[in-house]
Design a protein around this ligand. Structure first.
Ligand SMILES: [Zn+2]
Length: 911
């Protein structure tokens, strides 16, 4: 039957098209009747298309289910959310949504009014079918959950849920991945490779890191989910996963330590209550093996999709249900358990140890159904509290930042890279943060801020989010016993966003008085149109129809591009990331691109950075480029050495590499054309015939060498580069190619190409040296082409990074190193700082007639360090710029590596 289409009125028109069911009840299709399988059947996984097909039929037949289109995925799949509640509630959705939004934004509400709204409102709950697609059960369980809620006629618990709760059920928050994984599994079913891991990422670019994008919103999926969250403002958010700490069958909150500093405590308390309620519900149904806390699953990094919402005063959490592989059942005995769990002793937070036996997809689905229903039951029973708490948290946050610093953040338009500030502010706006501008000059924290300065007043309900992103992180030193090794953060330890993005932010240390506030003007703009192919650039933050945060984000624009000076060449300053977009456009238009080398520091004379020069563009094309990319450009008569457009290869192992995915994303974002290079391509040799530059992302040496074990995956995906591949890489560089090895892969290059470089922290024990993900200070040489556009003292993102020393026969240059005194730690966690003092973090090794660029850092990490991107982008262009460096500076190679550090601490040449 054809679903009726109706238009939802409302302030946002987000869900313009609503597919809704008929007024009277009809027999509902069961999942089996449509899919030909029961949900959770052994050996069966529904694809996204099949799930959607079923849900369409269910929505058409049920008066409890609305299916609404919310956007498109990275691969362009149409994407829907099911809104499930009683028919009465569904008839009044706009009203309940506005109550939820009003309570989430409590400005001007009294406690009494908030109580009245809480009594009148319905709890709004987000539950999703997960985003980690190789964890398969959650996207199956959502189909069953929709049917169970739509079809129940007697169970008073379910009926109370329908009356009190509006469920936003995302069948999956990674539809592309759901289909990719289901199809992969089908293709191997019944073969020796039935449970083979996927030889590609299950999100277009970033695979598993789709759950690390909660504040940057680099991926279109993150934006779509965030837009719906900020539109509906649910009070509770439940995100499903499947990596239970074995042999536990499901991990549920409370979370492990440490937790974030700036979350309203009501969120933690509510999440903990739901965790305990969930454990109880599981026991009632005899579903054993639920565990809480433990040593993993902390809540420190704010970029998890669920956790990002705790800073918005949404009680948000995840669970991790047991998984074998796909839909293949598995039998476990106690002997499979870790020794410490074989005693089956009940523990306070693991009261019903799982005893082993069969574990099937259907078991995981059943645990998830119990868990999801228990959250809905919690929301129904505590509906009024849940709604009021959302108000109270927002009220408290606003009051807190009215009486305590930071009272606001001020971000001047004038920045090393003005577009980076815009990138930061747009992301905040899209996350529901109010951004304003100064209409006149003002003095803040002793500094004069010009008119046009961006302002984030902190007396707003989601201010904790900004605080957590802007603060310096001091990861607590957690150990099981005083002399024990440090507990490893579950994710990174430090991310301080203004430092990563190299955006200068001034915190107001005094309350914002009425006079100053009168100078705050709202930011509004025209939303950028829908981008159906999901190919969103940072300039097109907005993937959907009209919506408040869209228009705010779109209203944040960089200062217009400008050309100064005279001359027939445009000098593009690599301190502005958009310079790289401009270069690639210039090449595409047939213009001439050249590199003008800088000069190194000479005593007190500061270094001069290198720059890129473009000539041969007609005036109109040049002006358009400057305007499109908001470039601050100088005309010049100076010239440099011409650079042909490099042919770039990006190593793509079959064992999917998230960092290679981010690297591809970054290269594409800045207009680079990079070709995937597989193991077979490398082993075939003659690489320099096809490529000038090869980039190997942060991949472990073992993974590069060996890849997937033979027998684990279909033969064409097995193995790594092996000895043949290593020789081919060596020949590529000796022939004149440039190999860029990022972070972990640097060790591979050192070993396999026998480079005269040593990783000085490679073999240190964790209790002596531990470098977690975070920001460290490095001294860099901006006159080296790889560091063009960087400040001399740079904040650089590292994560278990190698630290280099060069050996006697080394030829090349050191372009980044650690200071010889003090600690380089800026934000995060670093144990054993003495081990890296004076040593190098970035080395250019001459090898044959080519170069190996070793980066002991992660400049493209999760698409966040806008202040570091140019290191990788410069490296991608190094084939051309190094030639210029040779021509302009005779001493480019003869100068000792990093002359300002050599032996400066007098202990034998650590650098
Ligand atoms: Zn997961």
């Amino acid at each position: 039957m054809r679903p009726a289409i109706r238009r939802l009125s409302g302030p946002t028109l987000l869900f313009a098209l609503v597919l809704t069911g008929p007024a009277r009840a009809q027999p509902l299709p069961t999942p089996e009747s449509v899919l030909g399988h029961r949900i959770g059947d052994d050996f069966y996984l529904a694809t996204w298309e099949e799930s959607l097909d079923y849900l369409r039929q269910l929505a058409a037949a049920s008066d409890r289910v609305h299916l609404v289109e919310v956007g498109r995925t990275s691969f362009g799949r149409p994407w829907y959310v099911a809104v499930i509640s009683s028919p009465d509630n569904l008839a009044d959705l706009d009203r309940y949504r506005s109550i939820a939004r009003r309570l989430a934004h409590p400005e001007g509400l009294t406690d009494a009014e908030a109580h009245r709204l809480a009594r009148e409102g319905k709890a709004i709950v987000h539950i999703d079918g997960g985003l980690h697609a190789s964890e398969v059960a959650h996207a199956q369980h959502t189909v069953q959950l929709a049917y169970d809620l739509a079809s129940e006629t007697e169970d008073p618990e379910i009926l109370a849920i329908l009356d009190n709760v509006i469920l936003l059920l995302w069948p999956s928050i990674n539809p592309d991945g759901q289909t990719i994984v289901a199809e992969w599994y089908r293709s191997n079913l019944g073969t020796p490779y039935e449970v083979a891991p996927l030889p590609r990422l299950y999100q277009k670019y970033i695979g598993h890191d789709n759950n690390r994008d909660g504040y940057m919103l680099n991926m279109i999926e993150s934006r779509v989910v965030t837009r719906v969250l900020r539109d509906w403002e649910p009070q509770l958010l439940y995100n499903h996963h499947q990596t239970a700490p074995f042999p536990a069958r499901i991990w549920i909150p409370p979370f492990a330590e440490p937790i974030s500093e700036f979350v309203h405590p009501l969120m933690w308390r509510t999440v903990n209550l739901m965790g305990m309620a969930m454990a109880e519900a599981l026991e009632e149904r005899g579903q054993r093996g639920a565990v809480h806390m433990g040593s993993g699953f902390d809540n420190w990094y704010p970029g998890f999709m669920d956790h990002a919402n705790n800073f918005h005063n949404v009680a948000a959490f995840l669970t991790e249900t047991g998984l074998y592989r796909y839909a293949t059942p598995h039998f476990y005995t106690v002997n499979d358990f870790p020794r410490s769990r074989r005693d089956l002793r009940p523990r306070s937070l693991y009261a019903s140890p799982w005893e082993g036996g069969w574990w099937r997809l259907r078991d995981a689905v059943d645990y998830m159904l119990t868990a999801s229903i228990s959250v809905l039951d919690f929301a129904a029973k505590y509906r009024e509290d849940v709604l009021y708490n959302r108000y109270q948290a927002g009220r408290d946050v606003i009051a807190g930042y009215r009486s305590n610093p930071p009272f606001g953040y001020f971000i001047p338009e004038a920045q090393r890279d003005p577009v980076a500030a815009v990138e930061l502010l747009r992301r905040l706006a899209f996350n529901g943060i109010e951004v304003r501008r100064l209409s006149r000059e003002a003095v803040v924290a002793g500094e004069t801020m010009p008119a046009g300065t961006w302002v984030i007043p902190m007396d707003q309900p989601f201010a904790n989010f900004v605080r957590q992103l802007f603060a310096v992180q001091h990861y607590p030193d957690l150990r099981e016993f005083p002399e024990g090794p440090p507990e490893q953060p579950y994710d990174v330890a430090g991310w301080t966003l203004p430092w990563q993005m190299d955006v200068r932010v001034v915190a107001a240390d005094a309350p914002l008085d009425a006079d100053l506030r009168a100078a705050f003007t709202p930011v509004r703009g025209t939303p950028v149109p829908w981008s159906a192919d999901g190919d969103a650039s940072p300039f097109d933050m907005v993937p959907g129809p009209g919506f408040d945060t869209d228009s705010v984000a779109a209203g944040i624009r960089p200062p217009p591009g400008r050309v100064r000076g005279r001359g027939n060449r445009l000098r593009l300053d690599p301190a502005q990331n958009n310079a790289f977009r401009a270069l690639n456009r210039a090449w595409a238009l047939g213009a001439r691109v050249a590199y003008r080398a800088g000069t190194p520091r000479d005593g007190d004379t500061p270094p001069v950075a290198g720059s890129y020069l473009v000539s041969g563009l007609d005036r109109a094309a040049g002006d358009r480029m400057v305007s499109d990319y908001a470039l601050q450009v100088e005309r010049t008569g100076e010239d440099g050495v011409a650079m042909p457009r490099p042919r770039i290869g990006l190593y793509r192992p079959w064992q999917p590499s998230i960092d290679a995915g981010w690297t591809r994303w970054l290269l594409e974002m800045y207009g680079f054309d990079a070709r995937d290079v597989t193991n077979g391509d490398v082993r075939a040799g003659r690489l320099h015939d096809r490529f000038d530059v090869l980039i190997v992302a942060d991949i472990s040496p073992r993974q590069i060498r060996e890849g997937f074990q033979k027998g684990r995956v279909p033969p064409r995906y097995a193995g790594g580069l092996g000895a043949v591949g290593a020789r081919a890489l060596d020949a590529f560089v000796r022939d004149g190619g440039t190999l860029v090895a990022v972070n972990g892969s640097a060790q591979y290059a050192i070993d396999e190409l026998h480079l005269p470089v040593k990783n000085v922290v490679g073999k240190l024990q964790r209790k002596k040296f531990f470098m977690s993900g975070g920001l460290l200070e490095m001294i860099v040489d901006p006159s080296h082409p790889v560091m063009a556009g960087m400040p001399e003292r740079a904040r650089i993102f590292v994560d278990h990074s190698p630290v280099f020393d060069v050996e006697d026969n080394f030829e090349g240059s050191v372009f980044a190193h650690y200071e010889t005194t003090g600690s380089p730690l800026l934000s995060g966690y670093l144990l054993g700082e003495d081990y890296l003092k004076g040593y190098a973090a970035g080395v250019d090794v001459r090898h044959g007639t080519g170069h190996v660029v070793l980066l002991g850092m992660r400049p493209q990490w999760r698409g966040q360090p806008f202040g570091n991107f140019r290191i990788l982008l410069n490296a991608a262009l190094y084939e051309g710029s190094v030639a210029a460096a040779h021509v302009n500076n005779d001493s480019f190679w003869s100068s000792p590596p990093s002359s300002d550090t050599t032996d400066s601490n007098g202990d034998g040449g650590r650098r």
